[in-house]
Design a protein around this ligand. Structure first.
Ligand SMILES: CC(=O)SCCNC(=O)CCNC(=O)[C@H](O)C(C)(C)COP(=O)(O)OP(=O)(O)OC[C@H]1O[C@@H](n2cnc3c(N)ncnc32)[C@H](O)[C@@H]1OP(=O)(O)O
Ligand SMILES: CC(=O)C(=O)O
Length: 532
């Protein structure tokens, strides 16, 4: 039996643009479309031409070479013909291969939101689909609220779908717009719809309001639908859409799907999945979800000692698929939940080789556990872990010594009478026999002032740290023993694009930050191969 082709339809640039806090620029849209094209997605929905100038501009030319480029908009407004509808005119002007109309499929919505007779909505669907077909476009109809509509009035919901199909729509997409439908209901309803519209003309568009969007999409496919709509990383209105990244992982790697269904994403493209997912987050300045299936930084990370010992013998003991298939990495953490197996594997990963019987291994483990008890977390701070291990095994050069530092915050009126806040920091550091004192000011706060002062003059090492910059700063306050403890994680980058994270812990946020800053500079010097 040959595998059934499942068509992937990406709506990151349309429904994904409806995500709270997400705003794509024109360049972002072009990059995302190119990325999806390369990934092997069949349809890229670019937005809603006519709704805003950016989307209209994006449809001035087609940004994909393989994928079909789709424009989204609503069916014609009641009381005017399709030929006289400016919304439809904008869709027809768009340089798109396909036009996706959205139409209400729930009688309640037609009454309440559109305030038109049920029949007029059907006329709107038929005339809109016919107009786009006449213009030579492939046409789809997104049946908004299809599943809620079907539960309330199956005949009407079905007549919306059938009207579009009979008017020439290539795809009729069943939308769980409010995201409240569960997988078994999706399966039952889609199976019913296939009695009217063949499955290879049916799509599913699921929202994640019950955390079931991926499961609902798979249930629809099992019931016969052959198009899946979704977004990268599950962006989308409210709780988001079905996550296409997860769906691609499941369809390509889970045997029961791989054997029966084929998608346009090949093996090499699958290996880019982690990169694609993180590149989107990077573009949107969002922290990637570490726990995202297949592509998250923790998706193949083992923390518990018992698991680590087994993973090191055979990774399949705790992995459902190999991480490298999606371009991800296996990682074994060291923490208070781990034993020697975790530690040996982690040390090897960061380039420190210590045998299981080396007495220094026990000393590293003891110190890690002691520091974790104080509030340190090395699982997210590889660079500090590396320095700790190097110090214990006697390979950490004594580059510099901090003699003292101060940092203060001042709020006052400036010469213009405006209220301003600025910080000043002084750092006294000994490099060899040389004592250097640096002062810096910053309007961005005491940590920034300290960072500037610390990196202002490091004597003979100064040229090696010129390209160093801080890219992220995270603070967490929690109860450690009887007192509140602050943990600071600092992510740094250098001129080569390398990134590393360091950690500092103290009752005082400035002190914790300073520890992490010192570790960051020390790590950079080690990367540069500097000697004491
Ligand atoms: C489930 C979904 O995700 S659907 C996609 C939703 N996405 C968006 O809405 C983003 C882009 N939207 C927009 O920029 C604007 O809403 C526009 C430009 C499309 C329309 O703006 P406006 O003309 O000011 O209308 P407004 O947004 O206030 O209301 C929508 C109108 O469309 C009507 N409408 C909604 N769906 C449809 C439809 N499928 N067919 C025909 N008319 C519809 C509504 O009844 C309402 O009409 P009314 O103004 O007579 O009450
Ligand atoms: C069309 C669409 O985005 C929805 O119904 O959710």
């Amino acid at each position: 039996m040959s595998a059934a082709r499942i068509h992937l339809f990406d709506t990151t640039l349309r429904d994904g643009a409806q995500t709270t806090g997400v705003d794509f620029s024109l360049d972002d849209k072009r990059s995302v479309a190119a990325m999806l094209d390369k990934l092997g997605i069949d349809y890229v929905e670019g937005g809603y031409p006519g709704a805003n100038p950016l989307d209209t501009a994006f449809f001035a030319q087609k940004p994909t070479t393989q994928a079909k480029f789709a424009a989204f908009g609503m069916t014609k407004r009641a009381g005017r013909s399709a030929a006289n509808d400016p919304g439809i005119a904008a869709l027809l002007e768009a340089k798109a291969d396909a036009i996706v109309f959205v139409a209400k499929a729930w009688d309640y919505h037609v009454h309440v939101a559109l305030e038109i007779p049920l029949e007029d909505n059907l006329i709107g669907i038929a005339e809109s689909v016919e107009a786009a077909r006449a213009a030579g476009r492939e046409v789809m109809l997104d049946c908004e609220h299809f599943f809620d509509g079907y539960k309330a009035n199956p005949d009407y919901a079905l007549s919306c779908a059938r009207t579009a199909y009979e008017a020439g729509a290539r795809w009729v997409v069943l939308c769980d717009t409010n995201g409240g439908t569960l997988p078994d209901e999706i399966g039952t309803i889609v199976a019913e719809v296939t009695k009217t519209i063949p499955g290879d003309h049916l799509g599913i568009h699921a929202h994640d309001d019950c955390g079931c969007a991926v499961a609902n999409s798979l249930a629809a496919v099992e019931a016969g639908a052959r198009q899946i709509q979704g977004t990268l990383n599950g962006l989308g209105e409210r709780c988001g859409n079905a996550n296409l990244v997860t769906l691609i992982g499941a369809l390509k790697l889970k045997e029961r799907y791989r054997e029966r269904f084929a998608i346009g994403v090949g093996e090499a493209q699958l290996g880019e999945l982690t990169h694609v997912s993180r590149a989107l987050d990077e573009m949107l300045n969002r922290a990637p979800n570490r726990h995202a299936p297949f592509v998250g930084a923790s998706a193949f990370t083992t923390k518990a000692g018992i698991h680590a010992s087994a993973v090191l013998k055979d990774p399949r003991t705790y992995e459902h698929v190999p991480p490298e298939a999606t371009g991800n990495l296996r990682k074994v953490l060291i923490s208070d939940q781990g034993g020697k197996s975790n530690l040996v594997a982690e040390l090897e990963r960061i380039g420190v080789t210590l045998g299981r019987d080396d007495p220094r291994l026990g000393r590293v483990l003891d110190e890690v556990k002691e520091k974790e008890a104080q509030g340190y977390a090395f699982e997210g701070a590889d660079a500090s872990f590396f320095l700790l291990a190097k110090r214990i095994i006697g390979e950490l050069p004594a580059y510099f010594e901090i003699e003292r530092f101060t940092a203060n915050v001042e709020r006052r009126h400036n010469a213009l009478g405006e209220l301003v806040t600025f910080s000043e920091a002084i750092v006294k550091v000994k490099v060899g026999e040389e004592v250097l004192i640096s002062v810096a000011e910053s309007a961005l706060g005491p940590v920034n002032a300290l960072d500037l002062a610390l990196r202002k003059d490091l004597g003979r090492y100064q040229s090696l740290i010129e390209g160093l910059r801080l890219v992220d700063y995270k603070v967490r306050v929690f109860q450690g023993g009887t007192d509140a403890v602050t943990r600071v994680l600092i992510e740094s980058a250098d001129e080569t694009g390398a990134r590393w994270t360091t950690v500092g812990v103290s009752a005082n946020i400035i002190d914790a930050s300073f520890q992490a800053l010192v570790d960051s500079i020390t790590y950079k010097l080690m990367r540069e191969g500097a000697t004491a």
